[in-house]
Design a protein around this ligand. Structure first.
Ligand code: KG4
Length: 338
């Protein structure tokens, strides 16, 4: 009999459902929430309400696209945390209700584990996947971590940000340039037309494998403030160069610590994950970094970099196969890391 997993993701502002049959992805439906654009960031209360509106049609559509009847499901995997509590409650409650109704097991998934395991989303049985142990640079709006995955269940964070995440650095700098939220994709687009060496911004000098992006943010802000004093059109005239220089600095910061990490923890496979791994410059730089060191690079499809239920179903499939089910009384959590 086939193993059919329904994955549900609702940790932030994307409602997503996906179906995996015997390890292969059959559908991955994502409903974004435009309502936050006007506020320059995700408004938690509005996110929960939008999840309530989206969850039933998104799950139905995922089942329809997969050609699967709900009675065929073996288990439901859902994101239990970390994330916005109100958002997580919608997915968690829905998953519990559906599992009880269908009398099937429930599998709780850590959102960050799911990002790391997004490289195990197979479309075909013979699709290649990383070998354990592998290293993953996990860079999103909320996290910047270097993770060593020893198995689907055992992951260690060997470096993390002590202040802002890389995605926050993209978004906050984009905001002061007057770009819409989230700014990361806009910086990426503008950077393609700019000179990455046009401006120099400060880089952190902290020991070990930890990251810091707050100094860069301040340095970027001061550059704009100082130049705007003499030229009110400074941002408009230089937006491509500013974006390219900002992106180049973020990439240098990321790769500097990654270089130390692979020296201290040699690995054959290196992956990237999280929203910032959609960035063209990050993707190229990591591919080149790996090529120079003879490491296999795992660059995810863009659809699997930002929040999606395919990665939740993939992580849930691993847990299902090893009988790791969760109790119906478990609450979601907002903060736990890996
Ligand atoms: O993983 P994600 O969807 O959400 C969480 O934080 O959990 O990541 C969102 C982040 C935002 O900061 C967004 O600006 C950034 O990923 N991002 C990008 C790009 N696409 C998304 N940053 C730079 N370049 C991109 N192309």
């Amino acid at each position: 009999m086939s193993v059919v997993i329904l994955g549900i993701e609702s940790s932030c502002d994307d409602t997503s459902a996906a179906v995996i049959v015997d390890g292969c992805l059959k559908s991955n439906v994502i409903a974004g929430q435009k309502v936050h654009e006007a506020y320059g960031g995700v408004v938690p209360e509005l996110a929960s309400r939008a999840h309530q509106q989206n969850i039933v049609p998104v799950v139905s559509e995922a089942l329809t696209q997969a050609g699967v009847d709900k009675k065929d499901l073996s288990a439901i995997a859902f994101t239990r945390g970390p994330g916005l509590l109100g958002s997580l409650l919608v997915g968690t409650s829905f998953a519990k209700g559906m599992a009880v109704g269908l009398d099937i097991p429930l599998v709780d998934v850590n959102h960050l584990h799911a990002h790391v395991l997004s490289h195990f989303i197979r479309k075909n049985e013979d699709d290649e996947v990383p070998g354990f142990p592998f290293m993953c640079l996990l860079v999103s709006g909320g996290n910047s971590q270097i993770v060593v995955a020893d198995s689907p269940f055992k992951m260690e964070i060997i470096g993390k940000t002590i202040d802002d995440a890389a995605g926050e650095a993209f978004d906050k700098c984009a905001k002061v340039m007057g770009l819409p939220y989230p700014g990361g994709p806009h910086i990426d687009r503008l950077a393609a037309q700019g000179n990455p060496a046009a401006f120099k911004f400060s880089k952190p000098h902290i020991p070990g494998l930890d990251y810091s992006f707050s100094g860069l943010k301040t340095s970027f802000l001061y550059t704009l403030r100082d130049n705007l004093k003499t030229d009110p059109d400074f941002i408009e005239k230089n937006k491509a160069d500013l974006a390219a220089s900002l992106q180049a600095t973020i990439i240098e910061i990321l790769l500097d610590k990654l270089g130390k990490a692979v020296k201290e923890n040699p690995v054959k496979d290196l992956a990237i994950g999280g929203g910032v791994s959609a960035n063209s410059g990050v993707r190229e730089a990591v591919a080149e970094f790996c090529r120079r060191r003879g490491i296999r690079a795992w660059i995810p499809e863009r659809a699997f970099t930002t929040d999606n239920a395919a990665m939740v179903a993939a992580a849930g499939y691993f847990k299902y196969l090893s009988n790791q089910f969760c109790d119906l009384s478990l609450p979601p959590y907002s903060r736990v890391t890996l």
